[in-house]
Design a protein around this ligand. Structure first.
Ligand SMILES: [Zn+2]
Length: 436
């Protein structure tokens, strides 16, 4: 049993200031001003910085992460060359190498304040190497990171021989979510058929669904409509997610006005992957060149729960990234032009609470009774956290500090100017202090 932890003088995402948080036995026991410190408690002064629930990445590919350059680099930058490149790499993979890279990524993730990741794992490999490797990684990181796995038929459920049997085998081994990739099947009809098969499989097994859906610039790629239809037919309300949905960017506006209420009524969640979709989409365009991210503010306005995912870090599709969900939120904010006060806050929610709803995380949040999982960010508000990609001063899991980061502060040598700057508006540069 760990000692109680008391955080003093924090700011909350809703703007309340001067708040203390008391964690006892892994849970948030109280959240209010001026709490009494129980005997033996560790007390940390938050100095007014932002206390936040942990980041959640609702869409990632941990089996491919950190494989950039193996066996070569994606020259065209397209989704399709990335898939082909992953196909070249697959025969060279070993379970140990996948696990080692995944564990390194999980270290980065925790240090950046990520405590839950939904990762798709490729099942189009008769050996199911990646599935076995990531199930082991999931077990190892469980004390500090919730890793939820999606059985993902990367090469197409109907297009790839044996994919359905391998997908079911992955579910039997403990993978929790049914994936799909209808736009990669050979025909629109096959894509729709794959959605039906996979939704029925999930309904029969009582599992959630998360499909790569319409990740193209083709305005006639409408598998999200089929996904919403089957979600409603099979009563999977709140348990189905459409990931990417980039074709919606290019769809006819009248059609979208009919589609959005269908997605909302079916209780289907949406995940946009801003860093990846701004990079991969529009590659066949001249100018003007489409942005290729789905219609995030419009989906939100229609009542659809939308999260942002990181999708890729240093893999065949994307050479950049560092597990920073604030970088993801910043890109989403820019691409979707969500610059209003409310829009900036929605972008913060898209990398925290909205993702938690998609994963179905239990006990997530900053409320008494919730798990004592939270972050202290070097920012005064969610918008400032995004603007600065704020330092994760503390990462707390189950009431225990699992990562600390030094504040970002520059030592200035300018005559007549302050000696330190930290880029925040309130010009405070204090680190969280251990108090008496
Ligand atoms: Zn993906």
């Amino acid at each position: 049993m760990t000692a109680p932890l008391l955080i003093r003088h924090a700011t909350l995402p809703d703007g309340r200031t001067g708040i203390d948080l008391l964690a006892i036995d892994g849970r948030i026991a109280a959240l209010a001003p001026s709490l009494h410190a129980p005997p033996g408690a560790e007390v940390i002064d938050a100095s007014g910085w932002l206390l936040s629930p942990p980041f959640v990445d609702a869409h990632f590919h941990l089996d491919a992460a950190l494989s950039h350059g193996l066996p070569r680099i994606n020259d065209s930058g397209t989704l399709l060359e990335g898939i082909a490149l992953w196909g070249e790499l697959k025969p060279l993979l070993t379970e140990e190498a996948i696990a080692e890279r995944a564990l390194q990524y999980c270290d980065w993730a925790v240090a950046r304040g990520l405590q839950a990741i939904r990762s798709h794992v490729d099942v189009c490999d008769p050996r199911l190497l990646a599935v076995r490797a990531l199930l082991e990684v999931k077990r190892r990181v469980a004390p500090w990171l919730d890793l939820q796995l999606v059985a993902f038929p990367q090469d197409g459920l109907l297009r790839s021989p044996g994919a359905l049997a391998q997908l079911e085998q992955a579910l039997d081994l403990g993978v929790e979510v049914v994936g799909g990739i209808p736009h990669f099947e050979r025909t629109m009809a096959d894509g729709a058929e794959s959605v039906r098969i996979l939704c029925e499989l999930a309904a029969a097994r009582g599992l959630r669904v998360d499909m790569h859906c319409d990740e193209s610039d083709d305005p006639l790629s409408r598998h999200i409509e089929t996904l919403a239809f089957h979600a409603q037919r099979l009563r999977l309300h709140g348990r189905v997610t459409g990931s990417h949905l980039t074709s919606m960017h290019s769809m006819d506006n009248y059609y979208v006005s009919k589609l959005l209420p269908l997605i909302a009524e079916a209780g289907v969640h949406a995940v946009a992957n801003p860093l990846i979709n701004i990079t991969l989409q529009g590659r066949h365009d001249h100018y003007p060149r489409r942005r290729g991210m789905t219609r995030v503010p419009e989906l939100m306005a229609a009542g659809v729960n939308v999260a942002f995912g990181h999708d890729c870090v240093m893999d065949p599709w994307y050479a950049l990234g560092s597990a920073d969900m604030l970088e993801v939120a910043a890109m989403g904010l820019h691409v979707a032009q969500m610059t209003s006060v409310a829009g900036q806050r929605q972008c913060f929610d898209a990398v925290t609470v909205n993702g938690a709803r998609i994963l179905g995380l239990q006990g997530y949040g900053l409320e008494p009774g919730c798990r004592a999982d939270f972050l202290l960010l070097q920012a005064g508000s969610p918008a400032e956290a995004i603007r600065l990609r704020a330092q994760r001063l503390l990462v707390v899991r189950g009431g225990t500090v699992v990562s600390r980061m030094a504040p970002a502060v520059a030592e200035l040598a300018l005559p007549g100017r302050p000696p330190r700057v930290d880029f925040t508006r309130q010009a405070s540069s204090a680190a969280p202090q251990a108090a008496g």
